[in-house]
Ligand binder design. Structure first.
Ligand code: CO
Length: 182
């Protein structure tokens, strides 16, 4: 099973390398393994068998010790819609909104065990370009609100940035103008 690198490890602060395309068999297997881990982490019976596994909605390659620009995201969206499932290589935020957003209850991270209360201020809407490892093609996607927050959290990992870096130091529970609580 994949071992999650914690934020105390200096690798979590490194800038990750772009991944060569087309994806090598090794990198393709790796991103599938990351998605498998994420899905397993959401399965209560799996967590019961593996008590060290915490539930997550996103995972970036540096979190498994690979300093590569690859992320996976997976979470349900209720009964009416399919789950969000993304396996992105070399994701890049190409445009972002002036409007900000933050999760009312703060963010968490599989690599962070300590509690870091506060609002993680992010962009409400982003446009991302990436290579989709499952569709095997370049994609451009627009994300808003929660979807945008999760993507920004994972893409930050590729540049060695952790969610608590973005909590305002002077006022952790700041509600900036033009921002929305989610
Ligand atoms: Co994280």
């Amino acid at each position: 099973m994949l071992k999650i690198v914690k934020d105390t490890d200096p690798r979590m602060r490194k800038k990750c390398e772009p991944v060569a395309l087309p994806l090598s068999e090794e990198h393709d297997a790796l991103i599938h393994e990351m998605m498998r881990y994420l899905k397993d982490s959401q399965d209560p019976s799996f967590r019961e068998k593996h008590p060290s596994v915490r539930e997550g909605v996103g995972l970036a390659a540096p979190q498994i010790g690979k300093l590569l620009r690859m992320i996976v995201v997976y979470y349900p969206r209720g009964d009416k819609y399919p789950p969000v499932e993304l396996a992105l290589v070399n994701p890049k935020i190409v445009t972002n909104s002036i409007r900000k957003a933050y999760l009312q209850n703060g963010e968490g991270c599989l690599s962070v065990d300590a509690d870091h209360p506060g609002h993680v201020i992010r962009d409400f809407k982003i446009k991302v370009r990436a290579y989709d490892a499952f569709a095997k093609q370049d994609v451009e996607l627009v994300a808003r609100g929660y979807d945008a927050i999760v993507l920004q959290h994972e893409i930050d990992h590729l540049d060695g940035i952790l969610f608590y870096d973005r909590i305002p130091k002077d006022n952790p529970f700041a509600e900036p103008p033009n921002s929305e609580a989610i």
